[in-house]
Each structure stands twice: as C-alpha cells, then as structure tokens.
Design a protein around this ligand. Sequence first.
Ligand SMILES: NC(=O)c1ccc[n+]([C@@H]2O[C@H](COP(=O)([O-])OP(=O)(O)OC[C@H]3O[C@@H](n4cnc5c(N)ncnc54)[C@H](OP(=O)(O)O)[C@@H]3O)[C@@H](O)[C@H]2O)c1
Length: 383
Amino acid sequence: MATMKALRQLEYSKPLELCDIPIPSTDTGTAVIRILAAGIISYTRDIYDGTRKYPYPTPLTAGSSAIGRVHALPPDSTALSEGDLVFIDVTFRSRDDPSHVFLSAIIQGFTAGSKKLMTHWRDGSYAEYMAVPLENIYPVSEHLLRSADQGGMDYKIGDLLYVHRAFVPYGGLSDINLKAGETILIAPATGGFGSAAVHIALSMGARVIALGRNKAVLDQLASSLGSTFPPGRLVTVPITSDADSQIEAIKAAAGNIPIDAYLDISPPSAFTSEGQSPHFKACIMSLRHSGRVSLMGGQMEVTLPHSRVMHWNLSIRGKWMYERQDARSLIKMVEGGFMLLGEKGGPEKSPKAFALTEWKKAFDHAMEDVGFGGGAYFKIGEY
Ligand SMILES: NC(=O)c1ccc[n+]([C@@H]2O[C@H](COP(=O)([O-])OP(=O)(O)OC[C@H]3O[C@@H](n4cnc5c(N)ncnc54)[C@H](OP(=O)(O)O)[C@@H]3O)[C@@H](O)[C@H]2O)c1
C-alpha cells in the first residue's frame, strides 16, 4: 500500500509526530487532495498542547485550511477534475443535518452529532494527501498563481492561504449583512482574523474604524491598506483603559457619520474573571439606533449594556465560521480583483514557509508573528 508523511498526534496534548501512514482513498462523496500548503493559525500550539482545551479525538492527523490539487475523484463528483487547484475548507458539516459542525483536526464542535462526525473525519491537512468531502472543496482559478506576463495575478501560495483567514470574518460580516457605504467598528483589529476583517470590510465597500491596543500594528494596517483605498475609508483608534474615553475616541474618529455595525473578534484573554476589555461595551454604546453586532470572538462570558441594546433596538448575532455561500463569494471577490492580496494591496508581510518536520518552530513563529499578514504555513507539496 502506498504511504505518505503525516503530522499526527497519537494522544491528546502530547507532541506531534511525523508518521508514515497509508494514502487515503476515495469514497462516495469523498475526494483525495494532494496538499500543496496548509495554513497555521496563531494559536495552533495552544490547541495541540492542550492549553486551549479544544476537544477532539486522537489519534488524528493535525491540520487547518489548505490549498491543494485534486489527486483522485469519486464517481459521484460532477464539477471537479483531477489536477484542479482547490481550497480545502476546514468547516465540516453533517450531510443530513448541517447544524452539526466541527473544524477539521481542530475542534469537534459542540453537539453530539458534530462529535460523532469528527470521529469519522478526523484526519486533517498536515499530510501529503487528505480525504475531503466534496462539499469542502472549492476550485480556484489558476490565473491567481500565473505570472503577470501570462496575464495572471502572480500571487504566491502564502497570499492565497490568506484567503482562508479572510473566510472567517467574512462569515460574520455577511451574517450581519454589511453593505457598501456603511461604517463598521472592528475590534480588536490587530490580530490575524481582526486585521483580515478590516481588509475584507474595506474591499466590500465599507468604511472601517479599526480598534486595537498595538499602535504599531494599527499603523501598519493603515499604511498597507491606506494606499489601496480612498482616504478616510480606514480610521484607527487605540483601545483605551475605560469605556467612556473609548466612546469619546470612537466618536471623534467617526465624525458625524453614524456607525452601522460592529464586528467583535476578541480572544478569550480580553474577557477574564478580572473584567472585560472596555472596547466591547464602548463599541456597542457607539452604534446608531438599529445597529448590528456580530460576535465572533472566543470569549466565554460577556457583560452587555442591556438597556442600550434594548432601547436602541440593536441586533446581536453570534457567528461561528462562515457558510459555503460565503466562501464562494469571497473566492469570487479575490478572483475578480475586488479583494487584492499580497503586494498588490494586501498585507505587506507574507507568511513564512516551514516543512512538516519543523512543526515546533512553525507553531512558535505563528504565535509570535501575529498581525496583518505574516504568520506561518506548511509547504508540503510541489506547486
Ligand atoms: N467565530 C469564529 O468563527 C472564530 C474563528 C476563529 C477564531 N475565533 C476567535 O477569534 C479570536 C481572535 O483570533 P485571531 O486569530 O485574530 O487571534 P490573534 O491573532 O491571537 O489576535 C488576538 C488579538 O487580540 C488582541 N488582544 C489580546 N488581548 C487583548 C485584550 N485583553 N484586550 C484587547 N485586545 C486584546 C491582540 O492584540 P494585542 O497586540 O494588543 O495583544 C490581537 O490583536 C480567537 O481567539 C478565537 O477564539 C473565532
């Protein structure tokens, strides 16, 4: 039987190991993808060493969203061809009840159905090949990777992996129906998903007020995206130490324009038993009447300004990941040049490539190089 290299975790929270295991085979509704590159989220180390206590079954092959080429197709595939360049989406949903959701090789989700599903689909993309349900495979135009002299966009594989990062906040922005011309608060805007949220909201035609504690990253966002979008479309506001001064700072940044929406993508550390970061209440208090909030952060418990939410008719929606339609729409935005990547108008920094054998260094780098662009990924197959 043909074998492949795969980065596996044999026991929960124990170090990963590079193993030789059989190449998976196709099945009805399941294709096999040859992995070219796989993304690493900033807190991957905390997932696999057990710090985040994400529940998932072991043994498994670790992984995240990835880019690959179709290696083998099942007989019931109707749209894909062998060799196609594809994105692999980590958001796996039950076929007979899509409300059961888990993230491939990351977390088993929160229902009995999602837990059961992950027991079956437990192997992720940190391997040379991966078995993937057809509905988690999105073909992508080759012209994105083609050189400029061949009429292509000349993107690097790391630029394309950034699209996976963008899928997440795009899910929340779509869910609260952000429209061109609207103004949105994004906080914190300095992390991996937060900075991507700023980039997409701008690309969708919105005006963005981006909040963060790290002034250097806010400045980097402003300088990277400032030249791509008209002046005034992106304003940055430092996170202050109390809600009142934060509201004043937001007001000053917004000028006379009402603020329509707020996307929160805070990490759990912004909401501890000692209290919550003041930006959360301040952003909600700054919304216009009938404003919308998308809660995408990882916090467990929050305190809400209930009276304001009620009297101002605010809508608050939680969103985990994104819908298939969102992924397709965002890919179209990238293919059509509505959202530019890399040097063309995206992050100035590119993620750093690592081999699977360098997983420890890769996870450390992803954790240290947080912000707009940057981070780390595994280069696995030849492009
Ligand atoms: N809903 C979903 O589908 C979904 C999907 C993926 C992730 N998430 C959640 O989103 C969170 C953010 O992800 P990420 O990749 O952007 O994380 P990240 O790259 O680690 O960034 C975290 C951001 O939070 C800021 N921050 C940290 N502590 C803070 C505090 N006490 N007050 C205010 N800001 C603070 C950091 O800025 P500093 O430079 O100031 O530290 C940084 O900008 C994750 O922790 C995860 O739980 C949700």
